[in-house]
Design a binder for this molecule. Sequence first.
Ligand SMILES: C[S@@+](CC[C@H](N)C(=O)[O-])C[C@H]1O[C@@H](n2cnc3c(N)ncnc32)[C@H](O)[C@@H]1O
Length: 326
Amino acid sequence: MRSQPAPEAPTTLLDELISDVCAGLAGPGQKRLPSRYLYDDLGTALFEAIGYLPEYGVTRADERILRCNAREIIQAMGPQPLTVAELGSGGGRKTRWLLEAMGTRRSISYYPIDISKAALERCALELGRLPVVRVEPIEADYRDGLSLIASRRRADERLLLLFLGSTIGNFEPPEAREFLREVRGRLRPGDGFLLGTDLVKPAATLIAAYDDALGVTAAFDLNLLRRLNRDLDAEFDLENFYHEARWNAEERRVEMHLVARMAHVVWIHAIGLGVTFRAGESIWTESSYKFDSDEPERISKVLPFTPAGQWLDREWPFAESLLIAR
Ligand SMILES: C[S@@+](CC[C@H](N)C(=O)[O-])C[C@H]1O[C@@H](n2cnc3c(N)ncnc32)[C@H](O)[C@@H]1O
């Protein structure tokens, strides 16, 4: 009899956090943590608030585009019935314009995928009020969420997959290429992929967007240390760190860093790790890459997509691009 490999226990978000903290904070090089840990309940609420800051134009630009062009975007998907899914939906504030533009004649399934339970609750509250929309929240990582949708969607419906807010900019470029390849692998010919990309703009505008005068983005960033204190019994003193936004012109990305004010050691008791900081040393917590408007066209040259439309915001240069799976 052939032996079966023992079934692997599913990894939890806490297991992944431990592994990312060990990989990102224990070594001698640049300290780093994945940006997805910014979104606990408080982080989610702070990100929602960031969307209203005068300095952060991304959310408003994206919403203006969707509000003004939703009907055209939906028409570009053709007459077949649609299922809608969204990667990293957040509270879904902008998505309602698209769902409303789909009309009221038949019921629409909408699958928001997010690791933040708080974001999904808000999204269900916000969009569940629309008359014909059935909101089916999926609390999962993007990849797991996508595979769940592939198994659940109806055979006779096209999928419109949304990836708004330039969240693709949080991926490192090789990671983004791999992720987009996986996304395309989950789509069937005729499915749509609506991708929001924030465009390059002057450095001062970008720095202000990620380091606002009220300090909301600083609180969003520093909350990551509070999360480590809570989830891993760590001893970060938030007073010993400050938030910094840096524009890396060569790489075309805004980086968020938490910078140590002085040399010190921070214990993370749950994993028995003492993390040593030099004065001025930072934890790199997020990258937001900025793009040219022809980026989606470039994607369609390397992956089987056909560009089906692009909508731009002039006030805050931002692009929404619809790619149809070939
Ligand atoms: C930059 S916010 C964008 C929210 C919203 N789409 C918007 O445009 O305002 C990123 C969202 O993706 C979620 N998220 C981050 N990493 C994720 C991951 N690996 N899997 C699933 N959701 C993730 C966060 O919880 C957050 O709601």
